[in-house]
Design a protein around this ligand. Structure first.
Ligand SMILES: [Fe+2]
Length: 305
């Protein structure tokens, strides 16, 4: 089948202490920490590497300051991995490190790795809901979650240059087997990995016409997690980057935060799932960013209570 999921990402960072506090507050699990680097895990075993001096196998940073240096993609079988590495190596330099990761660079300058996927099984029990005629929660008042713990990194959004954007997309769709789901001509291409059923696993966005990290999204089980996780981050002093809403493309409920490792992170829930019968949608104009976003006039019109 091919690429299943994001296996790991690496950021080069300036302030490791701030980054560690941020991702502890965000709900990831710290598994390794030195003076130079830290490694966090999601519940499904993907890793986030924060490094003040990333290894020489990575390409130079695509922008000043802390940023994303590499996304390593997890492949389902050894045969598929060999096939992909052989295909990439025809036109790109590939370096293999002792941990079994094959490293190359995409057309925009982001590091790309390929390795065997090592998904950790996790049982997800979303909160049961009650609706008239559809009751799933009896005699069970809810308690606050207080924290969110991401299940997985579900997608990555990268900003790319307008010049050469088709080649930048073709690296993923032609060489690595990604399937375009929504092509938004003035903005970018949403695509999914062949082994993932999320509506998108990746967005290459050319609208800013600047190569940089846009965001990485982390799936949480439900809406309470998105909201309470974001509230906790605000309580801890981190800055929200966008008001709570639900996207048009992908339908996911989202909350964004500025991240000290560069770009933003997203708590995401309830994204559309699609299979191979989903036909690529091509949009000549950009659809609205969201189906809804939180609005309030409470603070303007009413005294605080
Ligand atoms: Fe997103």
């Amino acid at each position: 089948m091919g690429i299943q999921r994001i296996e790991s990402v690496t950021h080069s960072v300036d302030d490791l202490g701030a980054c560690v506090r941020f991702f502890e507050d965000f709900g990831l699990f710290l598994v390794e920490r030195t003076d130079e680097h830290a490694v966090f895990e999601t519940l499904t075993g993907q890793t986030l590497h924060l490094d003040t001096d990333p290894g020489p196998h990575l390409p130079p940073p695509v922008e000043d300051g802390p940023t994303l240096r590499e996304v390593v993609w997890g492949v389902d079988t050894r045969e598929e991995l060999d096939r992909l590495v052989t295909a990439v190596a025809r036109d790109h330099r590939v370096r293999t490190t002792a941990d079994g990761v094959h490293h190359t660079v995409d057309r925009s300058g982001f590091g790309v790795g390929l390795t065997l996927a090592r998904p950790r099984k996790v049982t997800v029990e979303p909160r049961r809901t009650n609706t008239y005629g559809s009751v799933h929660r009896w005699n069970e008042p809810l308690e606050p979650l207080t924290r969110a713990h991401p299940l997985r990194m579900c997608h990555v959004a990268l900003n790319i240059a307008k010049k050469g954007k088709d080649e930048a997309v073709a690296f993923y769709t032609g060489l690595l087997g990604f399937r375009p789901t929504d092509v938004v001509e003035p903005m970018g291409v949403f695509m999914r990995a062949p082994g993932d059923d999320d509506q998108h696993t990746m967005l290459l966005c050319h609208r800013p016409d600047r190569v940089s990290v846009n965001h990485i999204a982390y799936e949480v089980p439900g809406f309470d997690d998105v909201i309470e996780g974001g509230n906790y981050m605000i309580e801890r002093g981190w800055r929200e980057a966008r008001r709570l809403g639900r996207h048009t493309v992908g339908s996911n409920v989202f909350r964004f935060l500025h991240a000290p490792c560069g770009g933003r992170v997203e708590y995401a829930a309830d994204m559309d799932r699609v299979d191979d019968t989903y036909e690529t949608r091509v949009h000549e104009t950009t659809p609205p960013h969201h189906i809804w976003a939180l609005r309030t006039n409470r603070d303007q019109d009413a005294p605080a209570s």
